[in-house]
Design a protein around this ligand. Structure first.
Ligand code: SAM
Length: 227
């Protein structure tokens, strides 16, 4: 943790401390990481669920970084978690999310390859267990087999549904794009000018294909769409 940094990033569902897994945009010394997880074993600063982060005050962080955890919630819990993310963000803050791309992995399954090894994890600097299409859909079985049942996935997102849920949660500007590893990346902000493609590029540390960008009224609308 960098005590002299003036901006706070709340790393929700942080997992074990892994500075190299922090999105590139937050590796700048100006950022201080506050780690939150439901699992005390990963030694977070705050032990809490994404759906109840009352230990984190309103409007107290400059960014929320959510990497591969919203899919661990039940679908009906997602709006509660997104409302919590929005609550703890300062008005000028932003949310950065990455999670599995349901549509991309569904194509692999539709082609008849649910057990296909799509990538490998890294563990303690070495090659870790493989990740199959089934793991991306239902949660990494290697962990679940070892008793971490909260690693199971209970919902999923496409580019469109993630964007829509972010808009419905009251984020005024939302950009979503597919990543390189069967994943989606999204940036969202309440204040329209702070969520842009440049930020998404810097957050991801790479330039990718076109994103779907949606600007909506700050008040959520039932007609809001990320398409
Ligand atoms: C797949 S790991 C991702 C860890 C890290 N963010 C990363 O990208 O490497 C999912 C993490 O989400 C946490 N998690 C699962 N459900 C949660 C919940 N309801 N609230 C907070 N954290 C949760 C798990 O304990 C685990 O550390």
């Amino acid at each position: 943790m960098n005590a002299s940094a003036d901006r706070i990033v709340l790393n929700v569902g942080c997992g074990p401390r892994q500075p190299d897994k922090l999105a590139p945009v937050f590796r700048d010394p100006g950022w201080r990481e506050l780690r939150l997880d439901i699992d005390p074993d990963v030694e977070p600063d705050v032990v809490a669920s994404l759906t109840d982060m009352r230990a984190v005050p309103d409007a107290s962080v400059d960014a929320v970084w959510s990497s591969h955890n919203l899919e661990h919630l039940f679908a009906h819990e997602v709006p509660t978690a997104l409302a919590e993310f929005r609550r703890v963000l300062k008005p000028q803050g932003f949310l950065l999310v990455t999670l599995p791309d349901l549509q991309a992995v569904a194509k692999v399954v539709a082609d008849g390859n649910p057990d296909a090894v799509l990538m490998r994890t890294r563990m303690n600097g070495a090659e870790g267990p493989p990740i199959t299409a089934l793991d991306i859909l239902f949660g990494h079985d290697w962990w679940i087999e070892r008793g971490r049942t909260f690693m199971a996935h209970r919902t999923g997102f496409t580019r469109q549904t993630l964007g829509r849920k972010l808009l419905d949660a009251g984020f005024g500007t939302v950009a979503v794009r597919p990543g390189p590893a069967f994943d989606l990346w999204a940036v969202a902000a309440v204040q329209p000018l702070r969520a842009d493609l440049g930020l998404l590029d810097r957050a991801m540390g790479m330039g990718l294909g076109p994103a779907s960008v949606t600007t909506a009224p700050v008040q959520p609308s039932p007609l809001a769409s990320a398409a």
